[in-house]
Design a protein around this ligand. Structure first.
Ligand SMILES: Nc1ncnc2c1ncn2[C@@H]1O[C@H](COP(=O)(O)OP(=O)(O)O)[C@@H](O)[C@H]1O
Ligand SMILES: [Mg+2]
Length: 173
């Protein structure tokens, strides 16, 4: 497991970081992307999509929970925010049966076995279901650093560790 904090100073820089990560993604890679509303998750995700050579515009699949895009490899984009509505909060870690049902309904387990890379926003409900993932938590910074975000990255297996290493190399050098 590795932990690393990356700083971005503009929305454009965040997009570029996403783009460089997208260029590296392989089928089976999983990114768990968390952070508050307005912190830049969609900005980052659009970059990832660009890096995967996806032409279609990527928006948040808030009502469908999941959307799939064709690119160099397929990208499955999930936004699980709505899963937590019943619980009344968006950061609950308990897998209630309602959440389990919803995950079954979208075929979550199948996506993990598929030929796509996965990017999951509001991932708390599935964090324990994914053995090897790159977690990125985006955190806004105090005034006056309004355009600054810190990306706290952690890995949980070899695949994500290698991915983070390659990404950081391309970002820093
Ligand atoms: N460093 C930065 N990274 C990402 N977005 C930034 C940054 N600085 C300012 N912003 C702005 O913050 C907003 C992020 O919006 P969005 O990506 O939709 O957030 P989220 O999907 O997390 O709700 C955009 O208006 C963007 O221009
Ligand atoms: Mg968003």
């Amino acid at each position: 497991m590795r932990e690393m904090a990356l700083t971005t100073r503009s929305a454009q820089q965040t997009r570029t970081m996403g783009e460089r990560l997208g260029a590296l993604l392989q089928p089976g890679d999983v990114i768990l992307l968390s952070g508050g509303l307005g912190v830049g998750k969609t900005t980052f995700t659009k970059g990832v999509a660009a890096g995967l050579q996806i032409r279609e515009e990527v928006t948040s699949p808030t009502f469908t929970l999941v959307a799939e895009y064709e690119g160099r490899i397929p990208l499955v984009h999930m936004d699980l925010y709505r899963l937590y509505e019943a619980q009344g909060e968006a950061d609950g870690t308990a897998l209630t049966s309602a959440v389990e049902h919803a995950l079954q309904a979208i075929g979550f387990a199948d996506y993990l076995e598929g030929d796509a890379a996965l990017l999951i926003e509001w991932p708390e409900a599935v964090r324990d279901l994914v053995a090897d993932a790159l977690s990125i938590e985006m955190v806004a910074q105090p005034l006056p650093r309004v355009d600054e975000r810190v990306l706290h990255c952690t890995t949980t297996g070899w695949r994500s560790l290698n991915l983070l290493d390659e990404w950081v190399k391309r970002w820093l050098f």
